[in-house]
Write a protein that binds this ligand. Sequence first.
Ligand SMILES: *[C@@H]1O[C@H](CO)[C@@H](O)[C@H](O)[C@H]1NC(C)=O
Ligand SMILES: *[C@@H]1O[C@H](CO)[C@@H](O)[C@H](O)[C@H]1NC(C)=O
Ligand SMILES: *[C@@H]1O[C@H](CO)[C@@H](O)[C@H](O)[C@H]1NC(C)=O
Ligand SMILES: *[C@@H]1O[C@H](CO)[C@@H](O)[C@H](O)[C@H]1NC(C)=O
Ligand SMILES: *[C@@H]1O[C@H](CO)[C@@H](O)[C@H](O)[C@H]1NC(C)=O
Ligand SMILES: *[C@@H]1O[C@H](CO)[C@@H](O)[C@H](O)[C@H]1NC(C)=O
Ligand SMILES: *[C@@H]1O[C@H](CO)[C@@H](O)[C@H](O)[C@H]1NC(C)=O
Length: 559
Amino acid sequence: MNFKRVVVFFAFCLPVQVWGLLNPILPGWNPDPSILRVGSDYFIATSTFEYFPGHPIYHSTDLVSWKLIGHGLNRPSQLSFFGTPSDAGIWAPSLRYHASTKTYYLASTARYAYTAEYRLFPRSFYVTTKDIFADNWSDPIYFDALGYDTDIFWDTNGDVYATWSGNNNPIDKIYGIYQNKIDIATGTSLTDAQLIFTGTLPDNSSARPEGPHVYHINSTYYLLIAEGGSGPQHRSTIQRGPSPSGPWESNPKNPILFNGADLSLPVQDTGHSDIVQAPDGSWWGVALGVRPQNGSFNNQQLGRETFLFPVTWEDGWPVFNGGQPISEHIEGVLKDKSPLSTYLNDFVSHTLDLSFYFLRTPYKTFHSLTARPGFLRVNANAFALGDRDNPALLLRKQTSYEETFETKLDFAPRSNLTEAGVTIFYSDLLHNDIGIVGDGSGGRQLVTRTNVQAVQVGPWSLTYTNSTITTVNHIPLTTSAGPVKLQIVGNSTSYSLGYAEGDSADFTFPVTIDSSLLSVPPFGGFFFKGAAFGVYNTGNGKPSLAPADFEYWKQTPVL
Ligand SMILES: *[C@@H]1O[C@H](CO)[C@@H](O)[C@H](O)[C@H]1NC(C)=O
Ligand SMILES: *[C@@H]1O[C@H](CO)[C@@H](O)[C@H](O)[C@H]1NC(C)=O
Ligand SMILES: *[C@@H]1O[C@H](CO)[C@@H](O)[C@H](O)[C@H]1NC(C)=O
Ligand SMILES: *[C@@H]1O[C@H](CO)[C@@H](O)[C@H](O)[C@H]1NC(C)=O
Ligand SMILES: *[C@@H]1O[C@H](CO)[C@@H](O)[C@H](O)[C@H]1NC(C)=O
Ligand SMILES: *[C@@H]1O[C@H](CO)[C@@H](O)[C@H](O)[C@H]1NC(C)=O
Ligand SMILES: *[C@@H]1O[C@H](CO)[C@@H](O)[C@H](O)[C@H]1NC(C)=O
C-alpha cells in the first residue's frame, strides 16, 4: 500500500483528539521508578533484576521525551551476578541529589541469592556521581541494615536518614518501614534502626509496606510508600508528620493511587510511586503499572512499566491524577507524543548503544561490532539459554504488546550442539527460540524451542502452575549456507516465531505460542520483569568456535 494513502486513510478515521499525556512514558518493563529534578533536567531510574547493566537512567527536560543516558551499575565491581536467580538481583532504586555537594546518589539493593528457600534480606548500598551524563558511577557503599527499597533523605539540619523496607526477623514475616541516621560518607549507621511505620493495611506478609520515600515539603515531612504486594492489590499511600521519623498521620484519602479498586481498568497493579516538583511549581508523580491484555491478568508479557501523572495538593495532601485512576491517556496535561518508535540498528557503529542488556554479568566480552564490519558478531559460550548463568545472549526490551522483531543471521554450525538464533525471553525457564543448529552430519537445520507454563489458567485469576513444558522441533532448511532472516511477531496474546531463507522469500511461522503461558508465574514464584527480544549463540554445554553474525536489529512497535 502507498504510504501517503495510509496516512490519509488514518487521518480520516481518527476521532477528535483531546491532547494529553501518553502513558507509559517508559514503555517495556521499567518497574519501581524513582524520579528526580536538578535544574531543568529530570531523571528516572528503574529496576533491572538479573539483567546487566543495572538501573537505567533516563533523562528528559519536558517529562514527555525520555532518553536513556546510562546505567547506575555498569561495571563488575559494582554488580557481579553469578548464578543469581531470575527476578532476584537489582531491586527498586532511589535517585536523589545533594545540592550543596552537587552529588547524585542512587540507592539500590542487589538480591544476589534470593530464592524461595533463601530470603534473608541483603544489605542495600548506594553509588554516587557528580556528572550523571558521564555514565560512570562510584563503586557501592553499603548500608548496615538488612532490607531493600532503601531511600536516602537529607534533613534541613544536615542529618541523613536511610529508610527501607525490612522485617522484624530474618524469615519474611512482618514487613515494616525501618529507618536510621547514617554517615553519608560511609553508609555506616549512627543510630539504631527504628520501625517507623507498619503501613495502612492489616499487618501481614501480603500487606508489605515497601518502596518508602521521605520528603520535606512546606515544613512538613511526608512518607510515601507502596503497599499490597506486587499484584492487583498494589497501591501508594502517604502519611505526614513533624519529623522524618513520624509520628505519622495517615492521609484520610489513602490509598492515593490504587487502580485495583476497579479490576476492569486497562492499567493495573499501580503503585511504587515517587514525586517531583517542576520549575513552574507544578508537581508530578511516577508509578509502575501493568497493562493486562485481552481482559486477563495472565497476559501481561510486558511486565511493569513506568507511568506519569499530575499531582495537585489539597489540605496539605498530594492528590494523584486528580483522584482518578492513572491511564494510558491523561487528558489536558503535557502533550501527546508517543514514547514508541521503530528501532533499526544496522550495526555500522563500532559500539553498541545503551539499550542492550546481558543476562547477568558477562565473564568476558562475547560480542563485537568490529570483527566483521556491519555485523553484530556474537561469539558462543558453553552456557545454553535457560542456564542460570551468563549465556552469550544480548537482550533488548519489548516496548509494545504489538511489536515485531527481525534480524538476519549468518551462522555456520560446526556440530549438532552449536546453535544460534533469536528468542523472546521472559526468564531462564520461559524463553521461546528459533535458530539454526547443526544437523549432526555437517549440515544445518532450523530449530524451534518453546518453553511454556504447563497449565493455562482462566481470565482474572492468577493461578500458579508448577512446571514448564519444553518442545523442540527441527525443520530442514532448503539452503545449505547463507543468511536466514528470523522474526518474532508479538501481539496482545501471542508470539509467532518465523524464518525466511534468502532475501525475497516470505516468512514461514512454524511456531505460535500463547503469551499467557509465559507471564503467569510458577507456583510460589513471582515475575518482576517483562519480555525482551534477544539474539544468542550457544555451544549447548560445550565451547563453540562458530561465530553468529547478525546483520541488523529491527523492532517495529505498533504506534
Ligand atoms: C569511573 O569511576 C571509577 C570509580 O569512581 C574511576 O575509578 C574510573 O577512573 C572512572 N572511569 C572513567 C572513564 O572516568
Ligand atoms: C492479610 O490480610 C488481609 C486482610 O485481612 C487478608 O485478606 C489476607 O488474606 C492476609 N494475608 C495473609 C498472607 O495472611
Ligand atoms: C505550600 O504553602 C504555600 C503557602 O501556604 C501554598 O501556596 C502551596 O500550595 C503549598 N505547597 C504545597 C506543596 O503544599
Ligand atoms: C481473550 O479473551 C476471551 C474472553 O475471555 C477468551 O475467550 C479468549 O480465549 C482470549 N484469547 C486469547 C488468545 O487468549
Ligand atoms: C549429536 O551428534 C552426536 C554425534 O554424532 C550424537 O551422538 C548425538 O546423539 C547428537 N545429538 C543430537 C541432540 O542430535
Ligand atoms: C504445585 O506444587 C505445590 C507444592 O509442591 C502444590 O502444593 C500445588 O498443589 C501444586 N500446584 C499445581 C497446580 O500443580
Ligand atoms: C495474534 O496473533 C495470532 C497469531 O498470528 C492470531 O491468531 C491472533 O488473531 C492475533 N490476535 C490479535 C488480537 O491480533
